[in-house]
Write a protein that binds this ligand. Sequence first.
Ligand code: UD1
Ligand code: CA
Length: 471
Amino acid sequence: MENAIILAAGAGKRMHSDKPKVLMEVLGKPMLSWVTEACENAGIENICVVKGYGADEIDSYLNGKYETAFQSQRLGTGHAVICAGDFLRKNPKSHTLVACGDSPFIDFKTIRAALEFHKLSGSAATVITADSPNPFGYGRIVRKGGELSGIVEERDCTPKERKIREINSGCYWFDTEKLLEFLPMLTRENAQGEYYLTDTVALMSSKGLKVTAFKTDNSDAVLGANDRKGLLRLNDIARRRIIEQHLENGVEFITTDGITISPDVRIGEGTKILPSTILTGRTVIGKDCVIGPNSRLENTIVGDESTLDNVVAHDATVGSHVSIGPFVQLRAGTVIKDYAHVGDFVEIKNSVIGEGTAVAHLTYVGDSDVGKNVNFGCGVVTVNYDGTNKARCTIGDNAFIGCNTNLIAPVTIGDCAYTAAGSTVNKNVPDGALAIERSKLEIKEGYSERKLSRHIEKGKKLEEKLSESEN
Ligand code: UD1
Ligand code: CA
């Protein structure tokens, strides 16, 4: 059983943020999660996250999912691993991966392949490396006679070493017992006065132990983010890669402008994603849909052949053959069933909208259970909050809710029931009944001549202008 230690104690001073660096996001997902998932997908069962700066935030994010170790002072990557000593000593006859929480593109295939190489070569340490056109800021891989002999940090490099293009990914496999043996030998004699984990490699090599470099051809795998520029670069790379994957799967884009898709989003073939659409979290979209333009879907499920135009949705479920938008918000707990239609300026929250139901314009549906083939007129409001409590509305199949109806919850509108336009309904309406709440309409003859003279005069002037321009 292998171990993984993920280094996540740094403050990320160069980010200028109060947030721990490893919680900064690449495509809406914290860098730390990219790394822990790569470890899990590589089949590593024991994972320990070393936290320090913002430890409480890290704890609440991880929510007990992994073991953690605490590094009270950031004295370097070697010191961070020393702080996870108890974790290592629980399972010493093993191999341990050490990875950086700020290098999100390390992938499970590279981790697995490096482990095979590490085991076959019988190495005490195997460093995952890559050739980089721009090695600035990374540790350089120093070789003697072709064999790895050590890693030198940017700030400790001689001018000659600075020219080396093979860089340290910050990800390594160690023989756990050997790692435990060599960690206490680290010193702070370097430009940054830190305990460098990378020095274990030269120490092991000098004691005649085998250390090797596993060079990956996925040069992105080594990229880390130390500042905002680096983070933007990672976002750009990931964005492009993910869109390319979707293209391969048969998703259509007429342009990629403003389109951001998080790594865990799934999209069916034949679906078209229009500009300025952001899909995040565990969003799943079926086949042959049109999503966008200007839509933001988070943790939202959409069936097949549905259209979402200018929609903001989170934690919602939309069926197949549904058309939504433009300018619609679906809030948490919303379920829109097949063949329903939701039109412009509608907000739906924590409600079920039945099959074939139309909520066409300017309507708020909150905390409601709506049946099939219901028609909402323009401007309907479910009055679900009385200032203290929230209550539900229930609307039966085939009901017809007239324009500007207020449904005062809790209230039940029966199957095939009808509410007259402008009614405020605070009693249950039986199946097939009409609810009408209106005061008598009065007509006052000649009223406007007195009251509206200026307005009517303006209309007459307009008529004159229009007839002049016609001539
Ligand atoms: C490190 C490597 C460098 C490599 C690069 C890859 C060392 C000495 N250098 O440099 O060779 O090319 O990663 O990205 O290891 N951390 C702690 N506690 C600490 C210090 C750091 O947990 O006391 C964590 C950070 O949160 C970060 C990771 O370790 O996630 C790497 O630290 P960072 O300071 O970014 O190291 P680099 O200078 O990038
Ligand atoms: Ca780094």
